[in-house]
Unconditional design. Structure first.
Ligand SMILES: [Fe+2]
Length: 492
């Protein structure tokens, strides 16, 4: 019988749980604020079977959709696998059939031609639909009421791109969804699709362009007038894949790039700016315009943060030696040239959370999980990096102030969501799962609700989960008013 590898990718918080579970009326300590009515969806990678290759990564894990449903101060939780073609094929066989991360040439011949999607990265809500996404393929639609998998989602057959990012950007005024897909034309291609869906979810624009090289493009950004496509030198190569090798290696001596175009323009209008060599970023806090300039706030590191990419690339930087920051990249569109000005604006961290209304606009503050030295113990092992975040920051540019929530050693923070308040002047609420590790095989999970303006105050409510939760990647808040408008009607 195959067993899970004895690596951090499958141990500690990353150990497979495979728990499909439902519970109504969880015990709430404190009081759920009236503003919190709706669903907190989370994407969770949890490998249903031991992998074919021992060097596999947690990023390959089968996607599960987890939901906390808030109704009248009560909270329910449900979690289900996304029943992708891949999950169903392996469930039938009772073993793994798909090979290395994003390398179909290493798959069992029995699944040749079967979709490799795992849908484990972000639950995206748009146009009344819940889409489970991961950047290496198309999304799957999931019934937001029952968590049953509907099937692969192609915008009614209109999407040409073979891939769709897990990091869409939704304009808070127009309701449009801006997104992209890299390797849009197939494995290791330089093709990138750039798409717009109107507020009702109809795909109204799809254009393709070619990147400077085939890059792992995890996120994009928008401003009120521009679409922004950063490119970092984590690269793929078809010959390497055909030889059974790794999808990604990081090229420390290669330049990074930022492509900017009018967001309703043609891809032929893309203007490329050249960034530093060897740097890496997965997530952008936000972007905004300032006269003729565009500012892009980047969760930047000086090399790729993932050991499964960095180490085979021959980069000897240890995890704790990686340097980073939230770095403001400024491109001046009013001047010729391809230069970018860089300035550190916040400490290192990742999985940033912005208020939805600030998307693409000048903004005053955001929230950021980070690794803090004040915790009094090492970070808990988990996630694709191997170290989890042990503190949560509220970074306030306007007040020039950073607050840090630190709950002591043995705690891992998952990415928070932000729920706005109906009260004028109130900063709303942050909702986040934390994991409390006891030892390598045991942890407990909790849901915390924090005052978003005052994260260091005691939580306004907490829910201690009766079962451990696998760490999420990203989450999404869907208010009850939106759930009521779901394309799939709620069961009576
Ligand atoms: Fe992400």
């Amino acid at each position: 019988m195959a067993t899970y590898p004895d690596t951090f990718e499958f141990n500690h918080l990353n150990r497979p749980l495979g728990i499909e579970w439902s519970r109504r009326n969880l015990t709430v300590e404190g009081r759920i604020p009236d503003d919190i009515e709706g669903a907190f969806f989370r994407a969770v990678p949890d490998p249903a079977f031991p992998p074919l290759f021992a060097d596999d990564t947690t990023l390959s894990g089968d996607g599960m959709v987890s939901r906390f449903l808030f109704q009248n101060g009560a909270v329910d939780h449900d979690i289900r696998y996304v029943r992708t073609a891949r999950y169903e094929a392996e469930r039938q066989a009772r073993r793994a059939l798909f090979g290395r991360y994003r390398n179909p040439f290493t798959d069992d011949p029995a699944v040749r031609g079967v979709g490799r999607e795992v849908c484990n990265t972000t639950p995206v809500w748009h146009g009344g639909r819940l889409l489970m996404t991961k950047e290496d393929g198309r999304a799957y639609e999931v019934n937001p009421h029952t968590l049953e998998t509907v099937g692969i989602y192609t915008f009614g057959g209109r999407l040409k791109s073979e891939t769709m990012t897990a990091h869409v950007r939704i304009d808070p005024v127009t309701g449009e969804m801006f997104f992209f897909g890299y390797e849009a034309g197939g494995l290791a291609t330089e093709d990138v699709s750039y798409c717009i869906a109107d507020r009702d979810g109809n795909l109204v624009s799809e254009q393709w362009f070619r990147n400077p090289y085939c890059s792992m493009m995890h996120d994009m950004a928008i401003t009120e007038r521009y679409a922004i496509f950063p490119v970092y030198p984590t690269t793929a190569n078809l010959e390497r894949l055909k030889a059974g090798g790794l999808h990604w290696l990081h090229e420390q001596e290669r330049e990074s790039w930022v492509g900017i175009m009018p967001r309703y323009g043609k891809v032929t209008e893309l203007r490329w700016f050249k960034g530093p060599k060897g740097v890496s970023a997965y997530h952008f806090v936000n972007a905004f315009e300032d006269g003729g300039k565009v500012h892009l706030d980047v969760c930047l590191s000086d090399t790729n943060a993932f050991p499964f990419i960095r180490e085979p690339s021959g980069i000897t930087t240890k995890q704790w030696e990686i340097k980073g920051s939230v770095s403001r990249w400024t491109m001046d569109l009013s001047k010729p040239g391809d230069g970018i000005a860089l300035a550190d604006v916040a400490p290192p961290g990742d999985l940033p959370r912005l208020r939805d209304i600030d998307q693409g606009r000048p903004y005053t503050h955001f929230w950021l999980p980070t690794v803090s030295m004040k915790t009094g113990g090492p970070p808990v092992v988990g996630g694709p990096v191997g170290t989890t975040f042990n503190a949560l920051l509220r970074v306030d540019f306007a007040a020039q102030r950073i607050d840090e929530l630190n709950l002591g050693p043995g705690i891992a923070f998952n990415e928070p969501i932000h729920v706005p308040s109906k009260r004028p002047g109130h900063d709303g609420w942050l909702v986040a799962c934390i994991d409390r590790e006891h030892d390598a095989q045991h942890h407990e999970s909790e849901l915390l609700i924090l005052d978003a303006a005052n994260i260091t105050a005691p939580p306004v409510a907490r829910i201690r989960m009766p079962v451990p939760l696998h760490p999420q990647v990203h989450g999404w808040w869907v208010p009850a008013s939106e759930l009521a408008r779901a394309k799939i009607p709620a069961p009576r």
